[in-house]
Design a protein around this ligand. Structure first.
Ligand code: UD1
Length: 420
């Protein structure tokens, strides 16, 4: 199994371009089920999660063509040949649940394996099911599968989510786009990836209003056509690369995503004392101070501080001068990077959903183990800023969400390589 070797302590200088947003792709790809015409997408990253979604759509009958070098992907689902999303694929990636709404809307039936929990939390799908039931779906949970059906078309409804869920919002947007009548979704997630999904639906002939707000009004249409869509840049990847020079020192330009999507993260990074220059689709991060200020972070749904950047920000606070706190409000078990960072010399105490970090003057490289996607990259950041050698194992987590990360960091002067 591959590992990532890092020799830390080098300043980083250069330029990085972030890839297309993984989480946007993972909802745009199942969106293709809603039309019998081709959906063409650009700026698709080469990631194992994208391959898993391709495998799932293939199993349902989609024809998929891609040109990896160009980041191009075309999905054409002329006919659904199979209504079952099998456990073997769904267990690899929770976002597989996003085929449920589109299959129901197009075919009136679907059988999708329950995703089950994962390392960072229980992650139920009750909100997805709550919404689809309101639209007339009959749901039956049996043998680990959701059996869903509807007689005729899904019916429009007014659905107020009791709490905010990215995935449930996406499933319901797709379901409502082909339903009969006008659906109102209240208390929806407002992540940029959801805005990207809505824009793509509208360019396929859908009618969504209120895009980017917490209330969406979706007039169902009889059919959607194909379109060509450029996926937005990955804000989480941009945030991750911003932390690299902030921690290791140096000056790096990060391009390919609007910094507007990272406002709450950037506010905290500015508080640490790092210099940031902004462009439309780029930022330049410059670490000039010889110390970092401590910060207090609370993760929240967008536009709050993203849970997907909590682990990476924790790595930075390990090197700040004083005490920082990080409160995780989205997932109940998302501090698994803490014990690994402690192995590198960090001082962290975790109690429930709260972590307190007392910054140390320097950390030291060590063999560490990745436990999930964002945890794995937090260890890479810590390795870059530590003295000595770090070896990160279980990097398959990393390959789910970071395209060519070693090459990108190498281009900025990092000493990093993948070893077998
Ligand atoms: C998406 C992102 C993930 C990110 C997360 C929160 C994708 C592919 N993944 O995951 O990277 O960390 O948003 O920003 O886009 N919940 C329920 N019932 C439900 C659904 C969710 O209780 O039916 C809970 C979850 O357990 C979690 C919280 O709601 O505690 C937020 O989850 P949700 O927003 O649904 O995250 P995902 O869509 O799974």
């Amino acid at each position: 199994m591959d590992k990532i070797y890092i020799k830390g302590g080098r300043e980083l200088n250069g330029e990085v371009t972030v890839s297309g947003a993984k989480n946007a792709c993972l909802t745009l790809m199942p969106l293709s089920i809603l039309t019998d015409e081709p959906l063409k997408m650009r700026n698709i990253p080469e990631l194992s999660d994208i391959n898993t979604m391709k495998q799932l759509l293939n199993s349902l009958g989609s024809n998929i063509q891609s040109d990896r070098s160009m980041g191009f992907l075309q999905i054409h689902t002329k006919k659904i040949s199979n209504h079952v999303a099998i456990y073997d694929i769904v267990r690899k990636m929770r976002a597989s649940i996003l085929v449920l709404g589109p299959l129901l809307a197009r075919e009136g039936r679907a059988r999708v394996s329950l995703p089950g929990g994962c390392a960072i939390g229980a992650r139920p799908v009750d909100l997805h099911l709550f919404g689809l039931e309101k639209m007339g779906a009959k749901l039956d949970l049996k043998d680990g599968y959701i059996n869903a059906s509807v007689s005729g078309r899904l019916q429009a409804a007014t659905i107020e989510f009791p709490s905010v869920s990215v995935g449930a919002t996406e499933n319901l947007i797709m379901a409502a786009s082909l339903a009969k009548g006008t659906t109102v979704l209240i208390n929806v997630a407002r992540e940029p990836e959801i805005i990207d999904l809505c824009n793509c639906v509208n360019s396929m002939g859908g009618r969504i209003e209120g895009i980017g707000t917490s209330k969406l009004v979706i007039e169902g249409v009889d059919s959607l056509k194909g379109t060509e869509h450029k996926v937005i840049g990955d804000r989480i990847e941009m945030g991750t690369f911003m932390l690299a020079p902030a921690m290791a020192g140096g000056k790096v330009k990060i391009k390919g995503c609007s910094p507007i999507y990272l406002r709450s993260f950037i506010e905290k990074l500015v508080d640490t004392g790092v210099d940031i220059e902004f462009g439309d689709d780029e930022v330049i991060v410059n670490r000039q101070n010889d110390y970092l200020n401590p910060i207090n972070v609370v993760t929240e749904p967008f536009p709050g501080f993203p849970t997907d950047l909590q682990a990476q920000m924790m790595a930075l606070t390990c090197l700040a001068r004083g005490k920082s706190t990080l409160e995780e409000k989205i997932f109940e078990n998302r501090f698994m990077h803490a014990p690994e960072l402690i192995r590198m010399g960090a001082r962290i105490q975790v109690q429930g959903g709260m972590a307190s970090v007392i910054g140390v003057a320097s950390m030291k490289g060590a063999p560490v183990m990745a436990t999930d996607l964002r945890a794995s990259v937090s260890l890479i950041l810590a390795g870059l800023a530590s003295k000595g050698e770090t070896l990160v194992s279980r990097v398959y987590h990393l390959d789910r969400g970071y395209e060519n990360i070693e090459k990108k960091l190498l281009g900025c002067g990092a000493e990093i390589k993948r070893v077998a």
